[in-house]
Ligand binder design. Sequence first.
Ligand code: ADP
Ligand code: MG
Length: 245
Amino acid sequence: MTDRTTTGAAISIQSLRKVFDSTVAVDDVSLDIEAGEFVALLGPSGSGKSTVLTSIAGFEFPSAGRIDIGGVDCTRVPPFRRNIGMVFQHYTLFPHLSVIDNVAFPLKMRRVPLRERRRRAAEALATVRLDGYGERMPGQLSGGQQQRVALARAIVYQPRVLLMDEPLSALDKNLREEMQLEIKRLHHQLGMTVVFVTHDQGEALTMADRVAILRDGRVQQVAPARELYERPANLFAAGFIGEMN
Ligand code: ADP
Ligand code: MG
């Protein structure tokens, strides 16, 4: 890790490129995200959203370009040293662990003592309004509750950055809307930087401070919702936002 500081942004993605075999998944993406900002990565399937997110998380290393987190070059830093929480579309809870043990798991990985783990896990569960659910097994919870547990697990070590990859896509409409509000509430309450991947225009536009529209691995436009409506940068952005139902 180097400590060259280039920008004050919480996350600074600079000319990121990621190639898998012969597929260019991400092509020259640059994006600065401010501390505490809620940014959505929006685009059709295959546009490179997940690859940008997993590159920020450190699960993929860039083919070219650079990613700074908190002013530090993290391009080659492994995921567990980036202080980042992550939530995926299919809540990947451990089915054989109780809810509280699921939430406490990242603390166990960080060798936090047992009592402290359980205290902080209970606190995280309260934050997502699941107090009292700690001793249940994941299979005994609804989809929305399971996704809340996944959220609690992502925030339990108070990461400065929370990354979410289509966290609500598997939920039905009512639950999805409830969880959208829940995530916004959590963002206001905790103030971390959020990068939220979705292919749902409405979800991106209602939730995010700014939306980055991706197509074929390239950023088409980065702007607040209103500006995307009023001044789309190109035909693709106009058409894609216009498709919203
Ligand atoms: P999105 O999340 O927007 O659907 P992805 O980032 O998953 O897009 O994928 C972007 C492109 O990169 C797609 O063409 C996809 O098939 C390809 N891709 C993503 N991950 C891999 C991988 N591990 N191996 C090969 N190709 C991949
Ligand atoms: Mg994806």
